[in-house]
Ligand binder design. Structure first.
Ligand code: CA2
Length: 144
């Protein structure tokens, strides 16, 4: 098994820190990548942080993580969380543990965010802890 953790971010997360700071805070995705790289060093892990607005890219990256025998996947699938059975199937199909992360807590927001297909298949979920939830997910993976 490699020591690489894929950190996959779905639709609109390229806007992190630039829009809706009252919900998602003011850190950008580059800031999150820097935080994770920092923590990964201490934990003897490597992070590969990616973002796409296209569901197929996220699916292809999950398959890549499986083919590369990655340590784990941290997945913030954005709104695809609440719609994508394809992501559910991908998580079930691969043996790489998937940790679901949400910056906000979708269960306290609009009802359409209350279902998580990702969460139905993921090994663990961290939500509502802001961007530090990504670092917590990395620590969780290091302890597996
Ligand atoms: O809280 C989260 O991390 C979410 O996954 C974010 C998604 C939302 O659809 C989920 O319900 C919960 C939305 C991503 C939109 O990303 C933006 C980030 C900053 C500013 C604007 C949009």
């Amino acid at each position: 098994m490699s020591n690489t953790v894929y950190v996959l971010n779905g639709p609109n997360l390229n806007l992190l820190g630039l829009r809706e700071p009252e919900i998602y805070g003011s850190n950008t995705l580059d800031d999150v990548a820097a935080m994770l790289e920092d923590r990964a060093q201490d934990l003897d892990l490597r992070v590969d942080v990616r973002q796409s607005n296209h569901e197929g890219h996220i699916l292809d990256w999950m398959h890549e993580a499986f083919a590369e025998d990655a340590r784990a996947i941290i997945l913030n699938a954005g709104a695809l969380t609440h719609t994508s059975i394809a992501l559910y199937d991908a998580i079930k199909a691969i043996t790489v543990p998937v940790i679901e992360v949400h910056i906000s807590d979708p269960t306290t927001r609009e009802e359409f965010r209350h279902i998580s297909y990702v969460g139905m298949a993921a090994a663990h979920t961290i939500q509502g802890h802001g961007v530090k939830g990504y670092v917590e997910a990395l620590e969780y993976i290091a302890a597996l």
